[in-house]
Design a protein around this ligand. Sequence first.
Ligand SMILES: [Zn+2]
Length: 96
Amino acid sequence: MGLGGLLRWLVIGVVVWLLYRMVKRLIVGLNGPQARSNLRPRGGEEVLDVMVQDPQCGTYLPQHEALRAKVEGREVFFCSEACRDAYLRGDKAPQS
Ligand SMILES: [Zn+2]
């Protein structure tokens, strides 16, 4: 009875360990690549989570929520069209 009981506990232990590994792999398989593919843009240029600053009002916001504009060759990000228009007006007015 002593040896049989020990073997049974050993088998139960191995089964539990295998189940644990299976569940762990399932969780990683379901969440890992999915979460990562959500972060990456389809174009693959930049990571979406980058924080950018609106130069007009100073607000920080995620790049994928920001309005993108090209000002003198470089990219600038704004929180709203109002900020973008104001910045573009303010930046280019002195020239003309
Ligand atoms: Zn703004």
